[in-house]
Design a protein around this ligand. Structure first.
Ligand code: DGJ
Length: 353
């Protein structure tokens, strides 16, 4: 990034010597740097335990299951499912924020049963929020069911003018008449929005281009693994290569996770290849977070160890986070670590010693 040129005052006029002037300019630029660089998160390194439940900074259980993270003005905002503790039905999409990815401040239940009559009894799964630069709106995409079974297979949209405000329900629908279950949303480097969801009883995984305001589907751009029976998509981009990480479809039970790569979202995708162990270290993927810092950009795998797989409910689930390793530009790897060290300032994630 180019910093603006500063004009040097002629010596002997105005306030002070050229040297003092240069020092003042440098100090000013140093103070401005966080704003000029887009408010990246700044925090001390932290150690995060793996395969556990988390609490927020008020000491309450942190419920953001099947969730995703969006970085805004120096904070990571985490949105996810916060279900009823008795019947597992939709209660809230909750939002928390953090600078270090360990200390999470509860912000708001951004979508509730009262947000719309359609949500009074429902199932809302895998909410993901993206920001639209041109409209200035935050757009949430999610999977919506009727709260009784999984027959609706709809995508749904809600929007807000602020990242953690009350989101306004825009409705649910089948994108271009396709069934739509497990879902994610993604903004490409050129600002084009995409939604990815499981179609045809989960046998296909569709990549849709969104309309300019991100609130609707414009076009089905790819169905790269027909019959693949994949769910839980997490899409990210690294050095011009797109990675699509997925699980198999075995309900709440974890299974072998697989991924594919491409150099364009609507282009040629590779076959799916295994990653991690046979059960995703007992978890199902929900999101991969790029952590961009002063030293590096690292990628954090976020998965859910569903409580439902061991006789519990979604709110009994544990979070499994892992550093993503890249043996080469088109290959990713995941290994278990009991604790992670995360440094959001530097942009590093590593197994804790
Ligand atoms: C697997 C999905 O990934 C979850 O989000 C949830 O829909 C369960 N299936 C329900 O069985």
């Amino acid at each position: 990034m180019h910093l603006p040129h500063t004009r040097r005052r002629p010596a002997g006029r105005g306030t002070g010597s050229p040297r003092r002037w240069r020092l003042a300019t440098l100090l000013g630029l140093a103070l401005l740097l966080p704003f000029l660089t887009g408010h990246s998160a700044q925090a001390e390194p932290v150690t995060v335990p793996n395969g556990t439940q988390f609490t927020d900074t008020a000491g309450n259980p942190l419920h953001a299951h099947g969730g995703g993270i969006l970085e805004v003005d120096g904070y990571y905002y985490w949105f996810g499912e916060n279900r009823h503790d008795d019947n597992n039905g939709f209660r809230y999409v909750s939002a928390y924020r953090s600078t270090d990815l360990k200390n999470w401040e509860f912000r708001n239940h951004v979508l509730t049963q009262q947000s719309d009559p359609e949500l009074a009894r429902a199932n809302i799964e895998r909410p993901k929020v993206i920001y639209n630069e041109s409209t200035g709106q935050f757009v949430m995409w999610m999977h919506k069911e009727n709260g009784q079974d999984y027959s609706e297979a709809r995508a749904a949209v809600a929007v807000s003018d602020t990242v953690d405000g009350d989101y306004s329900w825009q409705g649910s629908f089948r994108p271009l008449d396709h069934m739509s279950r497990d879902i994610t949303a993604f903004v490409d480097t050129d600002g084009t929005g995409y939604m990815v969801s499981a179609a045809r009883e989960n046998y296909d995984l569709h990549i849709y281009r969104l309309t300019d305001d991100y609130t609707d589907v414009a076009e089905l751009v790819a169905n790269p693994w027909p019959g693949g029976h994949r769910e839980a998509p997490a899409l990210f981009q690294r050095d011009g290569v797109y990675f699509m990480l997925t699980s198999g479809a075995t309900g709440w039970d974890p299974n072998q996770q697989r991924y594919a790569t491409a150099t364009s979202l609507d282009g040629e995708w590779s076959e799916m290849r295994d990653v991690g162990d046979a059960t995703g270290f007992d978890s199902q993927t929900t999101f991969v977070l790029p952590i961009q810092g002063t030293e590096a950009t690292s990628y954090l795998y976020m998965g859910d160890r569903w409580g439902n797989a061991s006789g519990g409910l979604v709110n009994d689930s544990e979070y499994v986070w892992l550093p993503v390793e890249f043996p080469d530009s088109r290959t990713m790897a995941l290994s278990w670590t009991p604790h992670l060290t995360i440094d959001t300032t530097a942009g590093t994630v590593a197994p804790a010693p």
